[in-house]
Design a protein around this ligand. Structure first.
Ligand SMILES: [Zn+2]
Ligand SMILES: [Zn+2]
Length: 243
């Protein structure tokens, strides 16, 4: 009985972590704000977030049940001596790689006109997101988003701890994309392949660009990379340097 707590717990803790971080940034680094307008959470964002935490509890309960029946491929590691550290690290990257493709493909599907109107438009109500926007979506989208953890647990014979670390990382990165503050520094040259908070903020702003989660390669490959992204990122970094 662990996934029932881990799926909603990692999501809620990630939101609270960025709510706290944003409070510090607002005081100490206000120039890091992407859109200077306030982005306070709405009642609907709270309501949909808590609805989805309920969805994550249900999905977690089903995973726990499947695990007790021996249906999951993930393997419990009882002692550190059994753990192959290389396998642990590689398996986390495999999870991230599969999720990166899964997120891009399902996100493009969520933008098909009928599905967008009925499901994904709830998440797009916010054009200037805040940490509570991250899990504010239709419960069907909640199942799709958290479903990647279940899919990986059913198909990958990897240590359970790898999937736990992946889940925590995925939750944090999902909220980072909605935190409203750009944290990338200029010295991180060569990191252009990784998406930023600005990248996903532009998705909420322009809707038809920037569908990816971790890597920018999918948007670049399929022609959905925002044409104003590089210029805006440069301007934000320059503004942060001056402050
Ligand atoms: Zn979208
Ligand atoms: Zn979003």
């Amino acid at each position: 009985m662990m996934w029932i707590w881990l799926l909603p717990g990692s999501s809620l803790l990630s939101v609270l972590f960025f709510v706290f971080l944003n409070k510090q940034l607002k005081k100490k680094k206000p120039s890091f704000k992407i859109d200077e307008k306030d982005n306070l959470p709405s009642k609907k964002e709270f309501a949909f977030t808590f609805l989805n935490l309920g969805v994550f509890i249900l999905v977690g309960a089903l995973m726990d049940y499947a695990q007790t029946k021996g249906l999951l491929k993930i393997e419990s590691i009882h002692t550190a001596a059994e753990l192959n550290w290389w396998f642990l690290i590689v398996s986390i990257f495999v999870c991230l790689g599969i999720h990166d493709i899964y997120f891009y493909v399902t996100h493009r599907i969520l933008h098909m006109p009928v599905i967008f109107q009925k499901v994904h438009s709830i998440h797009h109500r916010s054009t200037n997101p805040n940490p509570w926007t991250a899990f504010s979506f239709h419960p069907i989208e909640g199942v799709i988003q958290i479903g990647i953890v279940s899919i990986l647990a059913f198909i990958l014979p990897i240590p359970e701890i790898s999937l736990i670390i992946f889940t925590l990382f995925m939750s944090l990165l999902s909220v980072y994309g909605h935190c409203g503050y750009e944290l990338r520094a200029e010295k991180w040259k060569g990191f252009e392949v990784f998406n930023t908070a600005l990248h996903h903020q532009q998705h909420h702003q322009f809707v038809r660009y920037n569908f990816g989660i971790y890597l920018s390669i999918w948007d670049k490959l399929f022609g959905t990379f925002s044409p104003t992204y590089n210029k805006s990122l440069k301007e934000l970094i320059a503004k942060n340097k001056e402050a």
